[in-house]
Design a protein around this ligand. Structure first.
Ligand SMILES: *Cc1c(COP(=O)(O)O)cnc(C)c1O
Length: 434
């Protein structure tokens, strides 16, 4: 019988577990149908969504509303625009406070600032990485007007308790669904749970366009009407009628181009198949690594589904048998070893949002606005212990698993993890010497 000794770590000169030629990831996947859809728009000469007859933008809005189960959809120029528009149309005013999880992409906090509202950060549930409902309750003041839960990495936040909280305190709920296309909480898709939902169509997201774009969903008629006007300079344009160029409220130019709408409509046809393939890619990978000691695979509560925009893995040095190794040092050693093996693990967010300069130094609009309007402020210092803990001891996999053809690459990733785990003594030494 052959006794196999573990192959040398690539970090120490061994052959990488993921061969160079196997590392290419195609995302977004662009097909002939996508190209045809774009070329058709070019041939039609109708590039903007304000034409009196239905355009690709109108069709995408109808299809996305139907897909999510929301009554309406307003297509916009980015996910950030969708968030800002959602908050504005929901009536968030200057000086208001908006509850935002401390672990998210900067745009969630910036969208509040765009309304001259103050993002008030809230710690996360360390198992789901989404806003903690109990901590959200504790952060409510008389100025709180809205909650912006983020379905981070594609897992819906715990929307039941959040909606109860919102009902009890008369708060609007604007979901940041930029990473959660198609994910379900209870029986409802993200984007159709709160008062409004903001999706991103950025090329990196699960439902991409060929560039930048966003979709705002809502079942609230008044919010919908306001969002429509605000997207377009505050104008109301009657379908089939000529544009009058009269602004009735503060508006922006947040429109989506018809080219980008056509591309996303074409992608949407394949979205369910891609989502199923992605789910399989992730399951296979997680099943292969979940028993590695000290590796904590993401949990999916029974009442929701995961869109798997990213995979966040927590690392527990003590459970891996490495006593006295600091979490950040362990994570860093594992990250370096995996990357040398060709597995592109990375950190997603390196600090709680409150520590980013714009929020920490209260740059905003200058002279402390909008913080000086409101009495309260975004917290800083050593608060948000759960967020900090997660940021310190976890790594993410991004993009690699998104492609429906990603199964072989994810199998290689699993091998890279197994290989690194067969050299935990080396990893521990690296971690201790830092
Ligand atoms: C991508 C993203 C956004 C912003 O979307 P853009 O389309 O890039 O403007 C907002 N929130 C989260 C959580 C995101 O991942």
């Amino acid at each position: 019988m052959r006794v196999s000794t573990p192959a040398a770590l690539a970090l120490l000169g061994g052959a990488p577990a993921v061969p160079r030629e196997a590392r290419r990831v195609e995302w977004p996947v662009v097909t002939e149908a996508d190209r045809d859809a774009v070329v058709e728009v070019l041939a039609s000469g109708r590039f903007v969504s304000t034409s009196p007859s239905a355009t690709e933008v109108d069709r995408l809005e109808q299809e996305w509303a139907r897909f999510t189960g929301a009554r309406h959809c307003v297509a916009v120029s980015s996910g950030t625009a969708a968030l800002a528009l959602g908050l504005a149309a929901a009536g968030v005013e200057p000086g208001a406070e908006v509850l935002v999880p401390a672990l998210t992409f900067a745009a969630t906090g910036l969208a509040a600032l765009h309304q001259l509202a103050v993002p008030v950060f809230v710690d996360i549930d360390p198992r789901t990485f989404t806003i903690d409902a109990g901590a959200a309750a504790a952060a409510i003041t008389e100025r709180t007007r809205a909650i912006a839960p983020v379905h981070l990495h594609g897992l819906p936040a715990d929307m039941g308790p959040l909606r109860e909280l919102a009902a009890a305190h008369d708060l609007r709920v604007v979901e940041d669904a930029a990473q959660s296309h198609g994910a379900v909480y209870g029986r409802t898709q993200t984007g159709a749970i709160g008062d409004a939902g903001a999706f991103s169509l950025n090329v990196s997201k699960n439902l991409p366009t060929c560039g930048e774009g966003g979709l705002l969903t809502t079942s609230d008629e008044a919010l919908y009407e306001r969002a429509l006007a605000m997207r377009q300079f505050g104008e109301t344009i009657q379908p089939g009628a000529e544009r009058e160029y009269r602004s009735a409220c503060l508006g922006w130019n947040y429109k989506l181009s018809t080219i980008q709408a056509a591309f996303t409509r074409s992608q949407l046809r394949r979205f369910p198949a891609y989502q199923a393939a992605r789910e399989a890619n992730v399951r296979t990978f997680l099943d292969a690594v979940r028993d590695l000691p000290g590796l904590v695979a993401p949990g999916v509560p029974a009442d929701r589904t995961h869109a798997w925009h990213m995979i966040r893995l927590r690392l527990d040095a003590a459970a891996a048998g490495l006593e006295g190794v600091r979490p950040a040092a362990f994570r860093e050693a594992v990250r370096r070893a995996l990357r040398a093996e060709g597995a592109a693990v990375s950190r997603y967010q390196s600090m709680p949002l409150c520590d980013q300069e714009v929020f920490r130094r209260r740059e905003g609009f200058g002279r402390g606005y909008p913080w000086t309007i409101a009495s309260a402020g975004a917290g800083a210092g050593d608060r948000f212990p759960r967020t900090r803990e997660v940021l310190e001891d976890s790594l993410t996999i991004q993009r690699t698993h998104l492609s429906p053809a990603g199964a072989p690459l994810m199998a290689r990733y699993a091998e890279a993890f197994q290989k690194v785990w067969s050299h935990l003594d080396v990893i521990a030494e690296m971690a201790r010497s830092r």
